[in-house]
Ligand binder design. Structure first.
Ligand code: CO8
Length: 260
Protein backbone atom coordinates (compact mmCIF):
# COMPACT_ATOMS: atom_id res chain seq x y z
CA UNK A 1 0.00 0.00 0.00
CA UNK A 2 1.29 3.45 -0.90
CA UNK A 3 -0.39 6.26 1.05
CA UNK A 4 -0.34 9.86 -0.12
CA UNK A 5 -2.37 12.90 0.84
CA UNK A 6 -4.60 12.98 -2.24
CA UNK A 7 -4.34 9.46 -3.65
CA UNK A 8 -4.03 5.96 -2.25
CA UNK A 9 -2.81 2.71 -3.73
CA UNK A 10 -3.54 -0.81 -2.50
CA UNK A 11 -2.48 -4.15 -3.94
CA UNK A 12 -5.27 -6.77 -3.78
CA UNK A 13 -3.60 -10.04 -4.85
CA UNK A 14 -1.97 -8.56 -7.94
CA UNK A 15 -4.72 -6.05 -8.72
CA UNK A 16 -3.47 -2.59 -7.84
CA UNK A 17 -6.30 -0.22 -6.95
CA UNK A 18 -5.29 3.41 -7.32
CA UNK A 19 -7.89 5.76 -5.85
CA UNK A 20 -8.04 9.51 -6.42
CA UNK A 21 -8.74 10.58 -2.86
CA UNK A 22 -9.53 14.26 -2.51
CA UNK A 23 -13.31 13.98 -2.22
CA UNK A 24 -13.80 17.42 -0.64
CA UNK A 25 -12.80 18.89 -4.03
CA UNK A 26 -14.41 16.07 -6.06
CA UNK A 27 -10.86 14.73 -6.60
CA UNK A 28 -9.85 17.78 -8.66
CA UNK A 29 -6.26 17.61 -9.86
CA UNK A 30 -3.97 20.19 -8.27
CA UNK A 31 -0.17 20.26 -8.61
CA UNK A 32 0.26 18.28 -5.41
CA UNK A 33 -2.05 15.50 -6.65
CA UNK A 34 -0.31 15.35 -10.03
CA UNK A 35 3.08 15.03 -8.29
CA UNK A 36 1.75 12.23 -6.08
CA UNK A 37 0.20 10.47 -9.07
CA UNK A 38 3.44 10.66 -11.03
CA UNK A 39 5.48 9.25 -8.12
CA UNK A 40 2.96 6.48 -7.47
CA UNK A 41 2.93 5.45 -11.15
CA UNK A 42 6.74 5.16 -11.09
CA UNK A 43 6.48 2.84 -8.08
CA UNK A 44 3.78 0.71 -9.74
CA UNK A 45 5.87 0.40 -12.91
CA UNK A 46 8.70 -1.11 -10.87
CA UNK A 47 6.43 -3.34 -8.77
CA UNK A 48 6.36 -6.90 -10.14
CA UNK A 49 3.59 -7.83 -7.69
CA UNK A 50 1.13 -5.56 -9.50
CA UNK A 51 -0.25 -7.20 -12.64
CA UNK A 52 -3.23 -4.99 -13.49
CA UNK A 53 -4.16 -1.52 -12.22
CA UNK A 54 -7.67 -0.21 -11.60
CA UNK A 55 -7.93 3.58 -11.35
CA UNK A 56 -11.01 5.00 -9.62
CA UNK A 57 -12.22 7.93 -7.49
CA UNK A 58 -13.31 8.25 -3.86
CA UNK A 59 -16.86 9.49 -3.29
CA UNK A 60 -19.27 10.69 -5.96
CA UNK A 61 -16.61 11.83 -8.41
CA UNK A 62 -13.96 10.13 -10.51
CA UNK A 63 -12.10 13.41 -11.10
CA UNK A 64 -14.02 16.69 -11.65
CA UNK A 65 -11.14 18.18 -13.63
CA UNK A 66 -7.99 20.12 -13.04
CA UNK A 67 -8.20 22.37 -9.99
CA UNK A 68 -9.92 25.56 -11.15
CA UNK A 69 -9.02 27.38 -7.91
CA UNK A 70 -5.33 26.72 -8.57
CA UNK A 71 -5.57 27.70 -12.25
CA UNK A 72 -7.57 30.92 -11.92
CA UNK A 73 -4.54 33.22 -11.49
CA UNK A 74 -2.00 31.27 -13.51
CA UNK A 75 0.34 33.12 -15.83
CA UNK A 76 0.96 31.85 -19.34
CA UNK A 77 4.23 30.27 -18.23
CA UNK A 78 2.60 28.58 -15.23
CA UNK A 79 -0.31 27.32 -17.37
CA UNK A 80 2.11 25.81 -19.88
CA UNK A 81 4.09 24.16 -17.13
CA UNK A 82 0.94 22.81 -15.41
CA UNK A 83 -0.29 21.36 -18.71
CA UNK A 84 3.09 19.72 -19.39
CA UNK A 85 3.20 18.27 -15.86
CA UNK A 86 -0.26 16.71 -16.27
CA UNK A 87 0.58 15.42 -19.73
CA UNK A 88 3.76 13.79 -18.44
CA UNK A 89 1.90 12.07 -15.58
CA UNK A 90 -0.87 10.81 -17.89
CA UNK A 91 1.66 9.68 -20.45
CA UNK A 92 3.29 7.55 -17.74
CA UNK A 93 -0.08 5.89 -17.14
CA UNK A 94 -0.52 5.22 -20.85
CA UNK A 95 2.99 3.72 -21.01
CA UNK A 96 2.76 1.77 -17.74
CA UNK A 97 3.78 -1.84 -18.49
CA UNK A 98 0.70 -3.12 -16.66
CA UNK A 99 -2.78 -2.73 -18.21
CA UNK A 100 -4.82 0.04 -16.58
CA UNK A 101 -8.62 -0.11 -16.24
CA UNK A 102 -10.42 3.14 -15.38
CA UNK A 103 -13.43 2.40 -13.17
CA UNK A 104 -15.24 5.68 -13.68
CA UNK A 105 -17.53 5.99 -10.67
CA UNK A 106 -18.82 9.56 -11.13
CA UNK A 107 -17.85 12.91 -12.67
CA UNK A 108 -15.07 12.64 -15.26
CA UNK A 109 -14.85 16.22 -16.47
CA UNK A 110 -11.97 18.06 -18.12
CA UNK A 111 -8.75 16.66 -16.65
CA UNK A 112 -10.83 13.76 -15.24
CA UNK A 113 -12.05 12.70 -18.67
CA UNK A 114 -8.47 13.15 -19.91
CA UNK A 115 -7.18 10.95 -17.08
CA UNK A 116 -9.67 8.20 -17.96
CA UNK A 117 -8.56 8.39 -21.60
CA UNK A 118 -4.93 7.76 -20.63
CA UNK A 119 -6.09 4.39 -19.24
CA UNK A 120 -6.29 1.34 -21.51
CA UNK A 121 -9.93 0.44 -20.84
CA UNK A 122 -12.79 2.53 -19.43
CA UNK A 123 -15.63 0.92 -17.44
CA UNK A 124 -18.34 3.26 -16.18
CA UNK A 125 -20.91 3.31 -13.42
CA UNK A 126 -24.43 4.26 -14.53
CA UNK A 127 -23.83 7.39 -12.46
CA UNK A 128 -20.72 8.46 -14.40
CA UNK A 129 -20.71 11.63 -16.45
CA UNK A 130 -18.12 12.64 -19.01
CA UNK A 131 -17.18 15.86 -20.73
CA UNK A 132 -14.54 18.36 -21.75
CA UNK A 133 -16.18 21.57 -20.45
CA UNK A 134 -13.01 23.69 -20.73
CA UNK A 135 -14.47 26.18 -23.25
CA UNK A 136 -17.02 27.19 -20.60
CA UNK A 137 -14.03 28.38 -18.54
CA UNK A 138 -12.35 30.12 -21.47
CA UNK A 139 -9.64 27.49 -21.81
CA UNK A 140 -8.97 24.37 -23.87
CA UNK A 141 -8.00 20.90 -22.60
CA UNK A 142 -4.39 20.88 -21.44
CA UNK A 143 -3.80 17.27 -20.45
CA UNK A 144 -3.95 15.99 -24.07
CA UNK A 145 -7.75 15.68 -24.26
CA UNK A 146 -7.83 17.35 -27.68
CA UNK A 147 -5.47 14.58 -28.85
CA UNK A 148 -6.79 11.45 -27.13
CA UNK A 149 -10.54 12.16 -27.50
CA UNK A 150 -10.58 12.19 -31.35
CA UNK A 151 -8.37 9.11 -31.40
CA UNK A 152 -10.95 7.27 -29.28
CA UNK A 153 -14.31 8.55 -30.56
CA UNK A 154 -13.39 10.07 -33.95
CA UNK A 155 -12.88 13.68 -35.03
CA UNK A 156 -16.50 14.78 -35.51
CA UNK A 157 -17.85 13.60 -32.15
CA UNK A 158 -14.72 14.86 -30.38
CA UNK A 159 -15.09 18.31 -31.92
CA UNK A 160 -18.76 18.46 -30.91
CA UNK A 161 -17.87 17.64 -27.29
CA UNK A 162 -14.90 20.05 -27.27
CA UNK A 163 -16.71 23.00 -28.93
CA UNK A 164 -19.98 22.73 -26.95
CA UNK A 165 -18.48 21.66 -23.64
CA UNK A 166 -21.54 19.42 -23.28
CA UNK A 167 -21.43 16.68 -20.68
CA UNK A 168 -22.76 13.21 -21.47
CA UNK A 169 -24.01 10.34 -19.32
CA UNK A 170 -22.53 6.84 -19.19
CA UNK A 171 -24.91 5.38 -21.80
CA UNK A 172 -24.05 8.10 -24.32
CA UNK A 173 -20.34 7.59 -23.53
CA UNK A 174 -20.88 3.90 -24.28
CA UNK A 175 -22.74 4.69 -27.53
CA UNK A 176 -19.88 6.81 -28.86
CA UNK A 177 -17.22 4.30 -27.80
CA UNK A 178 -15.70 6.37 -25.02
CA UNK A 179 -16.37 3.60 -22.49
CA UNK A 180 -16.26 -0.15 -23.00
CA UNK A 181 -19.05 -1.13 -20.61
CA UNK A 182 -21.57 0.40 -18.18
CA UNK A 183 -22.50 -1.22 -14.85
CA UNK A 184 -24.73 -0.37 -11.87
CA UNK A 185 -22.71 1.74 -9.40
CA UNK A 186 -22.65 -0.98 -6.75
CA UNK A 187 -21.12 -3.60 -9.06
CA UNK A 188 -18.59 -1.39 -10.91
CA UNK A 189 -15.53 -2.31 -8.82
CA UNK A 190 -16.39 -6.02 -8.78
CA UNK A 191 -16.77 -5.98 -12.56
CA UNK A 192 -13.46 -4.13 -12.95
CA UNK A 193 -11.79 -6.73 -10.72
CA UNK A 194 -13.38 -9.56 -12.72
CA UNK A 195 -11.97 -8.10 -15.93
CA UNK A 196 -8.59 -7.67 -14.23
CA UNK A 197 -8.70 -11.35 -13.16
CA UNK A 198 -9.39 -12.48 -16.74
CA UNK A 199 -6.42 -10.45 -17.98
CA UNK A 200 -4.23 -11.84 -15.17
CA UNK A 201 -5.09 -15.41 -16.17
CA UNK A 202 -3.41 -14.85 -19.55
CA UNK A 203 0.30 -14.69 -20.39
CA UNK A 204 1.39 -11.52 -18.55
CA UNK A 205 4.31 -10.81 -20.85
CA UNK A 206 2.07 -11.26 -23.91
CA UNK A 207 -0.50 -8.86 -22.45
CA UNK A 208 2.21 -6.23 -21.92
CA UNK A 209 3.41 -6.65 -25.48
CA UNK A 210 -0.18 -6.27 -26.78
CA UNK A 211 -0.31 -2.92 -24.99
CA UNK A 212 2.98 -1.85 -26.51
CA UNK A 213 1.92 -2.98 -29.99
CA UNK A 214 -1.36 -1.01 -29.90
CA UNK A 215 0.18 2.11 -28.33
CA UNK A 216 3.12 2.23 -30.72
CA UNK A 217 0.90 1.38 -33.69
CA UNK A 218 -1.25 4.46 -33.01
CA UNK A 219 1.78 6.74 -33.30
CA UNK A 220 3.05 5.42 -36.64
CA UNK A 221 1.73 4.35 -40.07
CA UNK A 222 0.15 0.89 -40.38
CA UNK A 223 3.09 -0.72 -42.22
CA UNK A 224 5.55 0.44 -39.55
CA UNK A 225 3.12 -0.69 -36.84
CA UNK A 226 2.75 -4.10 -38.45
CA UNK A 227 6.55 -4.46 -38.69
CA UNK A 228 6.77 -3.61 -34.99
CA UNK A 229 4.06 -6.18 -34.23
CA UNK A 230 6.02 -8.85 -36.13
CA UNK A 231 9.13 -8.08 -34.07
CA UNK A 232 7.17 -8.34 -30.82
CA UNK A 233 5.59 -11.58 -32.04
CA UNK A 234 9.09 -12.91 -32.66
CA UNK A 235 10.04 -12.02 -29.10
CA UNK A 236 7.05 -13.95 -27.70
CA UNK A 237 8.35 -17.07 -29.47
CA UNK A 238 11.43 -16.92 -27.24
CA UNK A 239 9.41 -16.88 -24.00
CA UNK A 240 8.70 -19.63 -21.50
CA UNK A 241 5.04 -18.56 -21.59
CA UNK A 242 4.70 -19.19 -25.34
CA UNK A 243 6.06 -22.75 -24.97
CA UNK A 244 3.82 -23.33 -21.94
CA UNK A 245 0.69 -21.77 -23.52
CA UNK A 246 0.96 -23.78 -26.72
CA UNK A 247 2.03 -27.02 -25.00
CA UNK A 248 -0.89 -26.69 -22.57
CA UNK A 249 -3.28 -26.32 -25.50
CA UNK A 250 -1.89 -29.43 -27.19
CA UNK A 251 -1.97 -31.41 -23.91
CA UNK A 252 -5.54 -30.18 -23.22
CA UNK A 253 -4.70 -28.63 -19.86
CA UNK A 254 -4.74 -25.14 -18.33
CA UNK A 255 -1.55 -23.17 -18.88
CA UNK A 256 0.54 -21.97 -15.96
CA UNK A 257 2.20 -18.74 -16.97
CA UNK A 258 5.29 -17.34 -15.27
CA UNK A 259 5.66 -14.03 -17.11
CA UNK A 260 8.96 -14.93 -18.73
N1 CO8 B 1 -11.53 22.41 -9.35
C1 CO8 B 1 -11.53 22.84 -8.08
N2 CO8 B 1 -12.53 22.58 -7.22
C2 CO8 B 1 -13.58 21.85 -7.69
C3 CO8 B 1 -13.63 21.37 -9.01
C4 CO8 B 1 -12.53 21.68 -9.86
N3 CO8 B 1 -12.46 21.22 -11.11
N4 CO8 B 1 -14.79 20.70 -9.17
C5 CO8 B 1 -15.43 20.77 -7.99
N5 CO8 B 1 -14.71 21.45 -7.09
C6 CO8 B 1 -15.03 21.77 -5.70
C7 CO8 B 1 -16.11 22.84 -5.63
O1 CO8 B 1 -15.55 24.12 -5.76
C8 CO8 B 1 -16.68 22.56 -4.25
O2 CO8 B 1 -15.80 23.11 -3.28
P1 CO8 B 1 -16.38 24.06 -2.09
O3 CO8 B 1 -17.21 23.11 -1.27
O4 CO8 B 1 -15.15 24.52 -1.41
O5 CO8 B 1 -17.19 25.12 -2.74
C9 CO8 B 1 -16.58 21.05 -4.12
O6 CO8 B 1 -15.63 20.63 -5.08
C10 CO8 B 1 -17.90 20.37 -4.45
O7 CO8 B 1 -18.31 20.80 -5.72
P2 CO8 B 1 -19.79 21.32 -6.04
O8 CO8 B 1 -20.41 21.95 -4.82
O9 CO8 B 1 -19.75 22.16 -7.26
O10 CO8 B 1 -20.52 19.91 -6.32
P3 CO8 B 1 -21.81 19.66 -7.20
O11 CO8 B 1 -22.18 18.23 -6.98
O12 CO8 B 1 -22.84 20.71 -6.97
O13 CO8 B 1 -21.31 19.83 -8.73
C11 CO8 B 1 -19.83 19.44 -10.59
C12 CO8 B 1 -20.42 18.91 -9.28
C13 CO8 B 1 -20.95 19.55 -11.63
C14 CO8 B 1 -18.79 18.45 -11.05
C15 CO8 B 1 -19.22 20.85 -10.34
O14 CO8 B 1 -18.39 20.80 -9.19
C16 CO8 B 1 -18.39 21.34 -11.51
O15 CO8 B 1 -18.94 21.79 -12.49
N6 CO8 B 1 -17.07 21.27 -11.35
C17 CO8 B 1 -16.15 21.77 -12.36
C18 CO8 B 1 -16.12 20.86 -13.57
C19 CO8 B 1 -15.18 21.40 -14.61
O16 CO8 B 1 -15.40 22.45 -15.18
N7 CO8 B 1 -14.09 20.68 -14.86
C20 CO8 B 1 -13.09 21.07 -15.82
C21 CO8 B 1 -12.02 21.87 -15.15
S1 CO8 B 1 -10.86 22.53 -16.30
C22 CO8 B 1 -9.85 21.22 -16.66
O17 CO8 B 1 -10.00 20.15 -16.16
C23 CO8 B 1 -8.73 21.50 -17.64
C24 CO8 B 1 -7.75 20.35 -17.66
C25 CO8 B 1 -6.47 20.76 -18.33
C26 CO8 B 1 -5.71 21.80 -17.53
C27 CO8 B 1 -4.46 22.17 -18.24
C28 CO8 B 1 -3.50 22.96 -17.41
C29 CO8 B 1 -3.48 24.42 -17.68
Amino acid sequence: MYQYKNIKFENHDGIGVLTMNRPEALNALNSETLAELSECIDKIAADNDVQVVILTGEGKSFVAGADIKEMVNMTSKEGYSFAKTGQAAFSKIEKLPQPVIAAVNGFAFGGGCELSMACDIRLASEKAKFGQPEVALGIIPGFAGSQRLPRIVGKGIAKELLYTGNTIDAQEAYRIGLVNKVYPAETLMDEAKKMAAVIMSKGPYAVRLCKEAVNTGFEVDQTTGSDFEASLFGITCSTVDQKEGMTAFIEKRKATFVGK
